[in-house]
Write a protein that binds this ligand. Structure first.
Ligand code: CA
Length: 372
């Protein structure tokens, strides 16, 4: 054996020994051997949606599936629909108390616990879906949201975005702002506060009861999401007019909330997998909503003969003035509300000039370009 080959062989031996030693050292010093092999996390996720509901419910399923697969079985999340373990609006209590590890819903459902949470869902005449996702990731939103959810004993993640919503279903035409006087409407969140200021009576009903509520005449109008989700609930069967735009929710994020103690107890790799899966589920839901809304809108118009109407400009103008008044007043009620509101408004106002580009493009595409 020549010197060169001898040196190579010796080096290989040395490397083999070193690698074996350092791997053993890493396993014994950094992570106890038992925990690598045995520690499994079987978690439950309660949601505010009917099981597998298009878009909203499927964001929770997508997220859980990604975590389960990416963790190689180390974590197994089972998703439960509203009412399967706890009713929709009790999801946060179940997670805050630690009875259940995690939940999926919408931040404004928790405004009774922490008022500032509702600003995270949507702000009337606020951010577009892309801007909203950008605010959470690059505009300081994640930090503020964590501060808000910490008060409920939870860690927060964005886990879905509905995209631009529709203005809602009405059994009465809206021709002037006074038409809101006495109108009984399902409208949660800050949009609901604006409708109240316009003279309406606002109720919060979860998705599963929407159709029966408008069918029975218990409410005159409702807003849910957009064509894809509204078609799935069959709301067209009981409502005359379908209005746009969704000024109250130009986009709305969904939340994944995790009991803070359980979150803190997780190893770093699972924390990273959860964080990335929430981002990926948000993107996947955004894509699903666009494709689903395209098809559902056509079905509503062509098959179900739904009358789609824009709100008159004068009504939108008055709703915009009311929104600013209502939000300025509401957000001054506590430090966190003021903080989250100011941050979103700053991002929104900085976005307006840039979004003129998109506005002009959409107008032009709609008016002049008909590819066949
Ligand atoms: Ca909505």
């Amino acid at each position: 054996m020549g010197n060169f080959l001898k040196r190579k062989k010796n080096r290989r031996k040395f490397l083999k020994k070193t690698v074996a030693l350092s791997t053993a050292a890493a396993a014994s010093l950094i992570i106890p051997k038992k925990s690598i092999a045995k520690k499994k996390y079987n978690w439950k996720m309660v949601t505010t949606w009917p099981k597998n509901f298009p878009g909203l419910g499927s964001a929770a399923e997508t997220f859980a599936k990604m975590v389960n697969e990416c963790s190689g079985g180390k974590m197994n999340i089972t998703v439960f629909g509203a009412g399967e373990i706890v009713p929709a609006f009790e999801a946060m209590d179940a997670v805050s108390s630690g009875a259940i590890e995690m939940g999926h819903g919408g931040p404004y459902y928790w405004k009774g616990k922490v008022t500032a949470a509702q600003y995270l869902s949507a702000i009337p005449f606020g951010l577009t879906p892309q801007e909203q996702n950008s605010w959470f990731e690059k505009g300081g939103g994640q930090k503020i949201a964590d501060e808000i959810y910490k008060k409920m004993g939870c860690k927060f993640f964005v886990c879905g975005n509905t995209g631009p919503q529709m203005g809602g279903w009405y059994n009465k035409e809206i021709k002037k702002i006074e038409d809101y006087q006495g109108l009984k409407m399902r409208a949660p969140g800050l949009g609901g506060e604006v409708i109240k200021a316009a003279g309406g009576t606002v109720v919060n009903i979860h998705g599963g009861e929407l159709l029966t509520s408008i069918q029975s005449g218990a409410i005159d109008a409702l807003e849910w999401v957009g064509p894809y989700n509204d078609l799935a609930f069959g709301i067209y069967k009981a409502a005359k007019y379908y209005y746009y735009p969704g000024w109250h929710e130009p986009a709305a994020i969904l939340d994944c909330f995790i009991n803070l103690k359980k979150w803190n107890s997780l190893p770093e790799d699972l924390k990273k997998i959860i964080s990335l899966s929430a981002k990926a589920a948000t993107q996947q839901m955004t894509n699903e909503m666009i494709a689903g809304n395209n098809v559902a809108l056509e079905t509503l118009v062509k098959k179900h003969k739904v009358k789609i109407k824009p709100f008159p400009d004068e009504v939108l103008k008055k709703l915009a003035i009311l929104s600013e008044k209502v939000l300025n007043k509401l957000s001054s009620s506590d430090v966190l509300s003021k903080k989250v509101y100011k941050s979103i408004i700053k991002f929104r106002n900085a976005s307006i000039k840039r979004s003129e580009n998109q506005k002009k493009f959409l107008e032009t595409r709609y008016k002049y370009v008909k590819y066949k």
